[in-house]
Design a protein around this ligand. Structure first.
Ligand code: SF4
Length: 705
């Protein structure tokens, strides 16, 4: 029996893996507090890739004569990679090599990957797919609070608040065990508010549901702050004592009167006022409230400003740092939090230190045993790096770990063209993902049950993924692959492949940084069901307790105050027009995770395939019929998939899940100027039936929920 964690989302549910003969069974781990034994269907079926016929167990090298991938030994594959990387580096300079990581990598792997890039390869060109997941909230959190930890409180605090406002989160489908906190809150008499262009299963649990036009959450937040101020609900004492910049923000929202907000967002003034009254409280009692954003609010070209607008509202209400109240972001990927703290981001060193900070460079270089001057500066963000592949001055080789960019990148057809322009594409994966299929070299690596390492869940709780079974013969842990590759390209320092050793080194590298892990070790994680960062090294022989809740007395900014920011609603980069008259938004479904490379192969998970969801009114207008092929077109591409005619989506919007090839051929690569997050959540589209089908009334059909 091994107590470990689910391989998928950021809830990182605890589970027990029990061996029974040759099989490995998922069983509950009721004592782990985050999920109390509950799992979603992805968790229960997580062993479905073990022994899967599509599991990669030998390195593959593309044969120059035939153009096909053929089996190779590890030495042959790694020698080939190292020789070509060295040659490209000599010919074009160190930035000719790019590294692309993933938010599913353990902290140890993310740390080693950053070190591989900066120390062994000497390249500045490293970023990861978390740039597409969390970066807008991260950017806003850093600017407002001086730190980026998704939730500054344990998730279970939701149950003790009075009002929770979920902006662009469908947690009932993306992380179902978390939805019990909403149910318990309501049982206590609390109120759940959901803001989403679709009436999702999460919205079905809401007491108040607001359905804005995609890309207008920022205007909604401005309008709410206007109303909160107008009804005298600003916590003036808190604002004066704990924030900077509020008066400028107050002036900036003066023109966002409710009727203007309704015109921009489509949310009725009554609903807007109802939410403002909920947040303001009554009878002189100021309610505890939480504002939680997720991808729906963040994956926009104005995503970081949108988050800042909601943070402004939370600060005006005096919420951050108050018990059972505040602002938080619900992280998506399994290690979306830890993966962005330890050096695989383009601008960052371990411990959430910035790579252009001289003191940070000195500290980390000393831990690594190299001169600080040898470390490169900041590189390109994820999409910008992909966009530059194979161009003059761009990377000519790309190493991809734990990411299926052929499916998950925006404007995916363009990205496929850029990947094809590379001199060398190396992909480490468990299965032949769509990206691995394009590679020159494919390296078969371990999956979660076969490895040990830490993850940091959405609460900032560092937890331990324990190895339960040996990997299949021929498969290697990414830590081994990174260490071996570092040696073959002539790293000036050795790399460890032992996870506990790497974690101890990560702790030293993070010491004194915002995300300080120096006081955490594996034994402590086992004993305490995880440890919240920051957790500095023991002082005077006493262990630091870890930090479940942030901001009680101060914010980690130079003056200890949170910073309010004036932000303006700009709208989506693409607005509907006669040629592309509707909004396209993308998202997730219950049975699939991210690009689907793993979950689409699990036999016990339904693989329903890509579909296009639209409202009966829109279906009538365009002549679409439930279940029949519908073509969605944007300025970047076309997708044809079965229509699902449903009444829970706005009539001006269509929805496509992104777990299958196709959705991201449509999405817009417009980037947020601060976070460099692409605008996955909205672009302009047209819809038309592929061919005239059987005549049925759109109003009488539709998927039942
Ligand atoms: Fe828990 Fe997320 Fe895994 Fe589901 S996918 S079991 S919610 S960690």
């Amino acid at each position: 029996m091994t107590q470990t964690h689910c391989p998928y989302c950021s809830l990182q549910c605890g589970m027990t893996l029990a061996r029974s003969g040759r099989t490995l069974q998922v069983q509950p781990w009721p004592e782990f507090p985050v999920n109390e034994g509950a799992l979603c269907r992805k968790g229960w079926t997580a062993t479905g890739l073990r022994g899967h016929r599509e599991r990669l167990t030998t390195p593959l090298v593309r044969d120059r004569a035939t153009g096909e991938l053929r089996a190779a030994g590890w030495d042959e594959a790694l020698d080939l990679v190292a020789q070509r990387l060295i040659a490209l580096r000599e010919q074009h300079g160190p930035d000719a090599v790019g590294v692309f990581g993933g938010g599913g990598l353990t902290n140890e792997k993310a740390y080693s990957l950053g070190k591989l890039a900066r120390v062994a390869l000497g390249t500045s060109q490293i970023d990861y797919n978390g740039r597409w997941c969390m970066s807008s909230a991260a950017s806003a959190g850093n600017r407002a609070f001086g730190v980026d930890r998704g939730l500054p409180f344990p998730l279970a605090d939701i149950e003790q608040t009075d009002v929770v406002v979920l902006v662009g989160s469908n947690l009932a489908e993306t992380m179902p065990p978390a939805a019990r906190h909403l149910d318990r809150l309501r049982e206590r008499g609390g109120t759940v508010v959901v803001v989403d262009p679709r009436r999702t299963p999460t919205a079905e649990r809401a007491d108040l549901f607001l359905q804005p036009v995609p890309g207008t959450d920022l205007a909604l937040a401005l309008g709410l702050l206007h109303l909160v101020d107008a009804i005298g609900a600003v916590d003036e004492e808190y604002v004066a004592a704990r924030t900077n910049g509020f008066e400028q923000v107050r002036r900036s929202v003066a023109a966002w009167w409710p009727e203007r907000v309704e015109r921009v967002t489509g949310v009725a003034t009554d609903e807007l006022r109802a939410l403002a009254r909920l947040l303001a409280g009554s009878d002189g009692r100021r309610p505890r409230a939480m504002v939680l954003t997720a991808r729906g609010a963040e994956q926009h070209s104005q995503g970081s400003d949108t988050v800042l607008a909601w943070i402004n509202l939370a600060l005006a209400l005096g919420l951050p740092g108050r018990p059972f109240a505040g602002y938080g972001c619900l992280t998506g990927q399994g290690n979306g939090q830890g993966g962005r703290e330890h050096g695989q981001k383009a601008d960052q060193l371990p411990g959430y230190r910035m790579i252009d900070d001289p003191a940070a460079r000195d500290h980390v270089a000393a831990v690594w045993g190299v001169p600080a001057a040898s470390l490169p500066g900041p590189g390109r963000s994820a999409y910008e790096m992909l966009d530059a592949l194979g161009t003059d001055g761009g990377p000519r080789a790309l190493l991809v770990f734990a990411s299926n960019i052929a499916v998950s990148a925006p404007n995916a057809t363009h990205v496929a063209d850029r990947l094809a322009a590379l001199d060398l594409l190396v992909v480490a994966d468990l299965v032949m993902s769509e990206t691995a299929a394009l590679a020159d070299v494919v390296l078969p690596v371990t999956q979660w049950a076969e490895e040990t390492g830490t993850m940091t869940n959405l609460e900032g709780r560092v937890i331990l993924r324990e190895r339960a079974v040996a990997p299949p013969e021929g498969v290697r842990d990414e830590l081994e692959v990174i260490a071996d590759l570092a040696a073959r390209v002539g790293s000036p320092v050795p790399f460890s492949a032992d996870p506990a050793e790497v974690f101890a080194e990560l702790g030293r590298a993070s010491a004194g940084g915002p995300a300080d892990y120096a006081g955490i070790d594996y034994e402590r994680i086992r004993a305490e069901h995880g440890v919240f960062w920051p957790c500095p090294a023991p002082l005077d022989g006493r262990s630091h307790p870890g930090t479940p809740r942030l901001f009680a007395d101060t914010f980690p900014t130079p003056d200890g105050r949170a910073r309010c920011h004036v932000v303006e609603h700009r709208g989506a980069a693409e607005q509907p027009c006669p040629e592309f008259p509707v909004h396209l938004t993308t998202g997730r479904v219950l049975a699939q995770y991210q690009s689907g490379a793993q979950t689409r192969r699990v036999r016990d998970l339904p693989d329903e395939g890509v579909f296009v969801e639209l409202h009966p009114m829109l279906a009538t207008r365009v002549g679409a019929y439930d279940g029949e092929p519908l073509t969605v077109t944007t300025r970047r591409g076309t997708l044809t998939a079965p229509a699902r005619v449903v009444d829970w989506i706005r009539p001006d919007t269509v929805f496509v899940p992104f777990h299958w090839v196709g959705a991201n051929r449509l999405t817009n690569d417009a980037l947020d100027p601060a976070s460099r997050m692409p605008e996955f959540k909205v672009c302009a589209a047209s819809v038309a039936p592929l061919a005239a089908g059987r005549r049925r009334s759109p109003e009488t059909v539709g998927a039942a929920r």
